[in-house]
Design a protein around this ligand. Structure first.
Ligand code: FAD
Length: 410
């Protein structure tokens, strides 16, 4: 059969962090693609709280077109405050932290801003949920819920933890593959201003983990999602992670609990924490407690079939958020995959298999290591054994700080 010499057409399912990074780096290389997203528009769904972007910032910026606005100013959650991203850990009398430095920069991104920035000049096809994948010889055809179809040469599943493309590729239902992390995680959000805001910024600029007493096995995570335009108040989110192997059981108490009962549970749980840590919970109203606790699931995938369909990001290595690196692996995958696609000289299946085989081997090994390492950091006992990694670094002891909003706006 004659080998086509045209550039392969790439179909991307999922316009999240990984899918959009792939789209941008294909755009830079002039490779044709289509990107499909189940959301009906950019802000139709809660996208999640802030996330730390680290380790690959230089690579990310050099791999995408230069018509995007400057990254830090566009996506940081701290704007308009002049502060660097910082995560702190407080447990058993210790205070350690990782902070962005010129040598090891970290940007704590507000997710909607990050997605908007990555979407610049990308023609996302919204409201597109695939129902079926058909492969006829060298051609892939995607069928969507709305009755439309799309055809291409390569299909990339960038569709997150509950990936549709992964189910098709592995033939294993997601509910069999994904394992729950044994934590009961109750969350809420609140807005803090004035001295309360300054107290939280002094504990950590971006987010922190506060551990309960040595006899307990829970921790509280508190994060700043965004700052008001005048810099005077911050929207905070928090969750408690309480070791609980029965969390996935249908009859777990939290599944039928009311918001008031969930609130009382976290207030009791965190009653032995220093007041400056539990302040964010006490400032949350019952209606601001999320109605359902969230369950994190992960999976170690050792092998994927090699062919015209591949995966990246959480679709390939869903992991718990405790080391703050799942998103960075999704970006790393997208950059590596775009380089592999850029090397294709034809649409020949053997050439695709050779380049995708190498891409998948590195991606799955790196992903599985990250899944295991992130899982091992899910409870206070593992955090307290000193093996913590956050944003790709080992936190170090730091002095306490006193932050004023006035100084941060000057
Ligand atoms: C609380 C929390 C904190 C985190 N903190 C960090 C951090 O600090 N640093 C870090 O690096 N990572 C962090 N992560 C992990 C990070 O959020 C994920 O690893 C990252 O979002 C994965 O990117 P992705 O592109 O693979 O998937 P996603 O960002 O989930 O994107 C998938 C996209 O596909 C779409 N989609 C899904 N199904 C379909 C379908 N069937 N058809 C079409 N579209 C579909 C979704 O709507 C979504 O837009 C955190 C995660 C959590 C939960």
């Amino acid at each position: 059969m004659a080998i086509k010499t045209i550039k392969p057409r790439i179909l991307i399912v999922g316009a999240g962090l990984g899918g959009l990074t792939l789209a941008q780096s294909l755009r830079k290389q002039g490779i044709p693609f289509e990107i499909f997203e189940r959301d009906t528009d950019a802000h139709s769904r809660f996208l999640g709280w802030a996330l730390g972007v680290h380790t690959i910032l230089d690579d990310l910026v050099s791999s995408i077109p230069d018509d995007l606005p400057p990254i830090k100013e566009s996506i940081t959650h701290l704007s308009p405050l002049k502060l660097e991203a910082q995560i702190a850990f407080y447990f058993h009398g210790k205070h350690i932290a990782v902070q962005s430095t010129p040598e090891q920069p970290v940007i704590r991104a507000n997710r909607p801003r990050f997605r908007d920035w990555l979407s610049t000049h990308i023609p996302i096809q919204w409201g597109k949920r695939p129902t079926r994948v058909e492969q006829v010889q060298d051609e892939i055809r995607l069928h969507f819920e709305d009755g439309t179809t799309a055809t291409g040469d390569i299909l990339v599943g960038a569709d997150g933890v509950n990936s549709f493309v992964r189910e098709h590729l592995l033939g294993v239902p997601n509910k069999e593959l994904l394992r729950p992390i044994p934590n009961c995680m109750i969350s809420g959000e609140t807005t803090l201003s004035g001295e309360a805001f300054e107290r939280q910024l002094s504990i950590a600029h971006s987010c922190y983990v506060a551990g309960g007493p040595a006899s307990s096995n829970y921790f509280l995570f508190v994060g700043l999602n965004r700052v008001s335009p005048d810099g005077k108040s911050g929207r905070y989110y928090w969750f408690t992670a309480d070791k609980d192997p029965s969390i996935a059981n249908e009859d777990h108490w939290s599944k039928s609990a009311s918001q008031a009962e969930l609130y009382d549970h976290v207030v009791n749980l965190t009653s032995t924490l220093e007041p400056r840590f539990s302040e964010v919970i006490r400032s949350t109203s019952v209606s601001e407690v999320k109605a359902k606790p969230f369950i994190i699931r992960d999976a170690e995938i050792e092998h994927l079939p090699v062919g015209r369909i591949t995966l990246l990001g959480d679709a390939a290595h869903p992991m718990s958020p405790f080391r703050g690196e799942g998103g960075v692996h999704a970006l790393r995958d997208a950059l590596n995959l775009s380089k592999a696609i850029g090397q294709l000289k034809s649409n020949d299946t053997k050439e695709i298999e050779s380049l995708f085989g190498s891409y998948q081997k590195e991606m799955l090994e790196r992903g599985a290591r990250a899944v295991r390492a992130s899982r091992s950091q899910h409870s206070l006992e593992t955090i307290a054994d000193g093996q913590i990694v956050a944003w790709g670094q080992t936190p170090v002891e730091v002095p306490d700080e006193t932050i004023t909003i006035e100084a941060c706006l000057a």
